[in-house]
Write a protein that binds this ligand. Structure first.
Ligand SMILES: [Zn+2]
Length: 347
């Protein structure tokens, strides 16, 4: 399980803008007063996995001071998921492995948790201690949670449990109360901007990413690196927004006829782009976000009717629903494209 881009870009101090919980975590790391179980919660992309891995590096790093160093063998093994004293638990997977378990694809079963407990009660390989990182911890069934509970009450020495979840409410209150909470929230634009600037993302792309990522630093970093996304966005801009004639529309619809997945992705992108257009029109976003759109749409953003933007967005979501109902794909796209052309020629 290799590390994500996010883990290469963020350090523990990148989390400081998250506020008090992180400040006090860093303080207890410095003072050697970490507790044996943490519950890292927050929505997708808020940095749960990255924080979990960084904490695991801290607990297992070979250095005596300024841990984690990020470069020693232990830190690197944590990043690549191969450290022998790091037990990675994920729903439907064997411990620290990509191999699927036979039972419960989406669950973390009591068998897995029992194996974890057995493994943490033996000596650590490298001497520092052991870290158990449980991803999607809410997927532990009640039996598994109860099995874990006993170990959380009396943890073996130098063993740290990091429970990650988007839905702490789905964990047993008894489990939650044994863990120190580390709740992550949406990242503000200034912080995401700093991260992306370090990554060398240009100003134009950065603005679009801020709009699209809605506080998710993980999504922001992933989008910044995703050249395929930006190429596809250009194709949608040129194909859908750039439509000049009925025959353009027929040709584009025909070219996507056999490509349902690509057609659906294009509709997602188109929806994002039209929503951006609408937000510029309603004065909620800066016009520079749409400065690569064809001129007609930029004029519409300035002078169009509120209603027309909503109609366009409706047309896209209707098309998406029709595609999901397995209706004739080409006909659906033709109808949408003609609708877009009707709107575009007005401007
Ligand atoms: Zn290290």
């Amino acid at each position: 399980m290799p590390g994500t881009h996010e883990e290469e870009r963020l350090t523990l101090s990148s989390f400081l803008p998250q506020g008090t919980v992180i400040r006090s975590l860093l303080r207890s790391m410095k003072e050697g007063t970490c507790v044996h179980a943490y519950l890292i919660s927050g929505s997708e992309g808020y940095g749960k996995r990255t924080l979990g891995r960084l904490m695991a590096q801290f607990f297992l790093c070979e250095r005596e001071e300024n841990r984690p160093c990020g470069v020693c063998a232990a830190c690197q093994q944590v990043r690549s998921g191969t450290h022998p004293d790091l037990l990675l638990v994920r729903p439907g997977r064997k411990i620290s492995s990509d191999e699927e378990t036979e039972t419960g694809k989406h669950a973390i079963t009591v068998t897995t948790i029992r194996e974890v407990i057995e493994r943490v009660s033996t000596h650590a390989y490298e001497g520092r201690g052991k870290v158990v990182l449980i991803q999607d911890a809410e997927q532990m069934n009640p039996q598994a949670q109860n099995a874990l509970l006993k170990t959380l009450e009396e943890p073996p020495a130098d063993t740290y449990f990091l429970l990650l979840t988007q839905s702490p409410g789905q964990l047993l209150p008894t489990v939650v109360s044994r863990c120190r909470p580390l709740a992550l929230h949406a990242w503000n634009d200034t912080v995401i901007t700093r991260v992306l600037q370090k990554q060398g993302v240009d100003a134009q792309r950065l603005k679009r990413i801020l709009y699209l990522s809605e506080g998710s630093v993980g999504k922001a970093i992933q989008l910044a690196d995703d050249e395929d996304y930006w190429k596809q966005r250009e194709r949608v801009r040129d194909g859908f927004l750039g439509i000049e004639s009925r025959s353009d529309g027929f040709a584009l619809a025909a070219s996507l006829r056999e490509k349902r997945t690509e057609a659906l992705q294009s509709l997602d992108l188109l929806e994002d782009m039209l929503r951006m257009l609408a937000f510029v029109h309603f004065g909620r976003l800066d016009a520079s976000l749409i400065d690569d759109y064809p001129m007609a749409w930029k004029r519409m953003a300035q002078e169009g009717n509120d209603r027309d933007f909503l109609h366009l967005l409706d047309a896209v979501s209707e098309a998406r629903n029709a595609l999901q109902r397995q209706v004739n794909l080409q006909a659906v796209l033709e109808r949408l494209l003609l609708r877009m052309m009707e709107e575009k020629v007005k401007w």
